[in-house]
Design a protein around this ligand. Structure first.
Ligand SMILES: [Zn+2]
Length: 181
């Protein structure tokens, strides 16, 4: 059992890491699968900003992943799953599966998602923190994701997971540029 977690803001190359990991498996006998939450309405499959794509199954719950015939399981946009879903990951790890997960670590307020907190409590084998270029100061130090409504940062009054359906825009920003309530 091995648990790898890739965390970071928008545009930090999390999907690229997932794709780099899974793409070669296509040519091996390894049984693997990639999942995305149904709540992710933006993407069909996993797409990196460099144009690489990977097929992913959209699911509402991770229930049952421990019982399937895959030895390696990838999960994209983990923060969109409910914290209660972590128990299914725990079961899959107990069955000896390797799991590699990516997602945002912090919400639009700069607070860690409960789901990610619970995930880290499992004691991962590796946690990779990615950085992006800050949308404001253009330094390669963005750790947060700022959500904008017509150019103005949203700092309160939203649920932790804001649907990325085109209503708002998402940009990586550094700790210093991050606008708080
Ligand atoms: Zn900045």
């Amino acid at each position: 059992m091995k648990l790898t977690i890739i965390l970071g803001p928008m545009k930090s190359g999390k999907s690229f890491d997932l794709i780099s990991f899974f793409s070669p498996l296509k040519y091996t006998a390894t049984k693997y699968v990639l999942y995305q939450p149904k709540r992710n309405v933006r993407d069909e499959g996993i797409e990196s900003r460099s144009g690489l794509t990977l097929e992913a199954k959209k699911i509402e719950t991770l229930e049952g992943i421990a019982d399937q015939d895959f030895s390696i399981i990838g999960i994209d946009e983990m923060h969109m799953f409910e914290p209660s879903e972590i128990s299914h990951i725990e079961k899959a790890l107990a069955k000896g599966k390797e799991i590699i997960i990516s997602g945002l670590d912090m919400d639009y307020k700069g607070e860690m998602f409960d789901t990610i907190k619970r995930l880290l409590e499992l004691g991962p084998t590796e946690v990779r923190y990615k950085r992006a270029v800050c949308n404001e100061c253009k330094q390669f130090s963005a750790t947060h994701t700022q959500v904008y409504d017509k150019g103005a940062p949203i700092t309160h009054g939203m649920p932790p997971v804001i649907p990325d359906d085109g209503t708002f825009s998402y940009e990586p920003v550094c700790r210093l540029c991050f606008a708080r309530e």
